[in-house]
Every structure is written in structure tokens, then in C-alpha cells.
Design a binder for this molecule. Structure first.
Ligand code: HEM
Ligand code: HEM
Length: 183
């Protein structure tokens, strides 16, 4: 057992991290490409949007669960040899990642809710979620929320890039910090 092993994330935190990383990366790739799909009755656009919304909602629930569980099970402290500035940067960037992870599903869901054409959210491409609870179509709110979804998507992409670069830096170093997040 290396001395880093006592500072590892728990198996549940590791499973949630990798499941959500995969889900979010797929949502980002599909999100950025689906908006270029042509409109029209023969286009898969509507179906792809519905799958994006479905998995976006699933990701949202998993993110809430992960955050709730993390509040009861704080993450392990970083090894003492990691410089203070890196500890602070890791804390800030993890907080920002969580913030973006909350904003993305919420803004996507609410933007769909206020869409002037009321496409709504069709879960698994069939079951429509009831949207009336949040109010009917609203052009301004829709613009604001889909603009938020769009801008935060780029912020999240930048944070993930920084995060992955930091992870690889640690993997190429002594590997200790990277091993904290693998089973
Ligand atoms: C969508 C992609 C990703 C997101 C949103 C994400 C998010 C996060 C968050 C929020 C944490 C902090 C966990 C906590 O303290 O609760 C974390 C930790 C970590 N992530 Fe990611 N991650 C992603 C992808 C990746 C990838 C691709 C790698 C590796 C190449 C990676 C490696 C790590 C490592 C090593 C840690 C532990 C850092 C430490 O020990 O402090 N992550 N990630
Ligand atoms: C973690 C969850 C999510 C991620 C990472 C994500 C990511 C993205 C990305 C990268 C885009 C392309 C940028 C843009 O045009 O805004 C996008 C577009 C979109 N997303 Fe999401 N999304 C998530 C959740 C959701 C949810 C829950 C819904 C709705 C219930 C949703 C509905 C949409 C819609 C309708 C668009 C197209 C926007 C347009 O037509 O301009 N997303 N998403």
C-alpha cells in the first residue's frame, strides 16, 4: 500500500466521478453537434434533442445525488507535498466544475420549459414531462436561459480542459494524486 492510498476517494465517489465524466462529455459532444442538424420531418433532429434532454436530466439527478453524498462524505485531503497554490487552485476549480454541473441541466430544462414552440421534454423520446407547473411560453426567459446554457457550456469545456491537463500532469509526475480517483 502506497502512502497515497489512505488519501483516496471512496469507491462510490470514484464510480460517480467516472460515470458523470462520461455522461457529461457525451452530452457536450452531442449538444455542440445536434444544433447543426437540419430541421424538417425526415430529420433526426427532434429525436437527438429528446435524447440529449433525457440524458441531461439523468445527469442532473446524478449530480444532485453526488453533491448531497459529498456533503456527508468530504473528499480526502491532498498529500502534504502538494504546494498550497495547487491545493487552492484544485478547490476553486472543483467548486466551479460543480457550479457549471448544476447550471447546465437546470438552464436546459427551464429553457425547454419556456420555449415559445413548447417542444417540452420528451423523456426517452416518448414520455412528455408536464411543463405547465413553471408557466407557459416566454420568449425573454427562453432567450436568457438558452443563452446561459450556451455560455456555461463553453465555460465548462474550458474548466474540463484545465482539469484534464492537471490530471495528466499528476499522472506523468509521481501519479499519486491521479491514483486517488482510480479504483
Ligand atoms: C466531464 C468531465 C469531468 C468532470 C466534470 C470532472 C469533475 C471532477 C470533480 C468535480 C472533481 C472533484 C471531486 C470532489 O472532490 O468531489 C474531480 C476530481 C478528479 N478528476 Fe475529474 N472530472 C472530469 C473528467 C476527468 C478526467 C477525464 C480525468 C482524467 C484524465 C479526471 C481526473 C480527476 C482526478 C485525478 C480527480 C481527483 C483530484 C484530487 O485528487 O483532488 N477527471 N473531477
Ligand atoms: C449536464 C447536463 C447538460 C450538458 C453538459 C449539456 C450540454 C449542452 C451543449 C454543449 C449544448 C450546445 C450549446 C448550446 O447550443 O447551448 C447544448 C444544447 C442544448 N441543450 Fe443541453 N446539456 C445538458 C442538459 C440539458 C437538459 C437537461 C436539457 C433539457 C431538458 C438540455 C437541452 C438542450 C437544448 C434544447 C439545446 C439546444 C439549444 C439550442 O437550440 O440552441 N440540455 N447542451
Amino acid at each position: 500500500m502506497s502512502r497515497h492510498d489512505s488519501l483516496k476517494y471512496t469507491p462510490r465517489a470514484i464510480a460517480l466521478h467516472w460515470l458523470l465524466a462520461l455522461l457529461i462529455l457525451c452530452l457536450m459532444m452531442v449538444g455542440f453537434t445536434m444544433t447543426d442538424l437540419p430541421k424538417g420531418p425526415d430529420s433526426p433532429r427532434g429525436m437527438v434533442f429528446n435524447w440529449h434532454k433525457t440524458f441531461g436530466m439523468i445527469a442532473g439527478l446524478l449530480i444532485l445525488y453526488r453533491y448531497w453524498w459529498r456533503s456527508k462524505n468530504p473528499p480526502p485531503i491532498l498529500p502534504p507535498e502538494v504546494p498550497q497554490w495547487e491545493v487552492r487552485l484544485a478547490n476553486v476549480s472543483h467548486r466551479l466544475l460543480y457550479l457549471c454541473m448544476f447550471v447546465m441541466p437546470l438552464s436546459g430544462y427551464l429553457a425547454s420549459n419556456f420555449h415559445p414552440k413548447q417542444y417540452g421534454v420528451k423523456l426517452f423520446n416518448s414520455e412528455s414531462l408536464k411543463m405547465e407547473a413553471w408557466g407557459g411560453p416566454n420568449e425573454q426567459l427562453h432567450e436568457l436561459l438558452s443563452g446561459t446554457h450556451y455560455i456555461v457550456a463553453y465555460i465548462l469545456a474550458a474548466l474540463i480542459t484545465l482539469h484534464v491537463v492537471a490530471a495528466f500532469k499528476h499522472m506523468l509526475g509521481d501519479g499519486g494524486v491521479f491514483r486517488r480517483m482510480i479504483p
